[in-house]
Design a protein around this ligand. Structure first.
Ligand code: GAR
Length: 201
């Protein structure tokens, strides 16, 4: 079984979706460790509840970003992870960390990239006035939310949407998109060619 490490910062509903789809037999994966940069992340409780080891690496307790990422790296390597999953991890990883895990980091972003990268993607979409938004699961490269796209799911943006109502509609799709992408990865069906991810039959 492939071992993955999941990086989180908060609520952990995407982590929960992964755990639920492992439990029901859809996802052939083991979450070997959950790592949070926030000690009070609800995601840590979700992991602990099903016996998954958790590690907290707080940025403010590290002298530098290098040290912060080195600690995360050690936790991932010690747990035997082959893939790093960013599930609501709200920090930008440095180029050197990304290079260490080249083509082995997958992120979910709550917008149809390349629109609305960075923070508050749902608020950006509402403010811009787009008619559709959604979520993107992608491999992570050295840029911000710029790596090769694995899959996207689309939702309408309604006239009376607020950031919160749109975020809820997108989140529902995130909980489908992340397990789908991870299943394709676990089954060896993803091939990366430059910016393009081809899904093998
Ligand atoms: C999700 O909407 C995820 O797409 C977003 O944070 C939320 C985490 O929710 N991630 C980013 O914005 C990353 N730039 P969760 O903790 O309940 O999974």
């Amino acid at each position: 079984m492939h071992k993955v490490g999941v990086l989180v910062s908060g609520r952990g509903s995407n982590l929960q979706a992964i755990l639920d789809r492992i439990a029901d037999g859809y996802l052939p994966l083991e979450v070997a460790v959950v790592i949070s940069d926030k000690a009070n992340a609800l995601a840590l409780e979700r992991a602990a509840k099903v016996g998954i080891p958790t590690v907290v690496v707080a940025r403010k307790e590290c002298a530098s970003k290098d040290e912060f990422e080195a600690k995360i790296n050690v936790a991932l390597v010690e747990a035997g992870c082959e893939l790093v999953v960013l599930a609501g991890f709200m920090r930008i990883l440095s180029g050197s960390f990304v290079n260490q895990w080249q083509q082995k980091i997958i992120n979910i972003h709550p917008a149809l990239l390349p629109s609305f990268p960075g923070l508050d993607a749902q608020g950006q979409a509402v403010n811009y006035g787009v008619k559709f938004s959604g979520c993107t699961v992608h491999f992570v490269d050295e840029g911000t939310d710029s790596g090769p796209i694995i899959l996207q799911k689309v939702v309408p943006v309604l006239d009376d949407d607020t950031e919160e109502t749109l975020a809820a509609r997108i989140l529902e799709q995130e909980h489908k998109a992340m397990p789908e992408a991870l299943k394709l990865w676990a089954e060896g069906k993803l091939e990366i060619f430059g910016r393009h991810v081809r899904v093998l039959a």
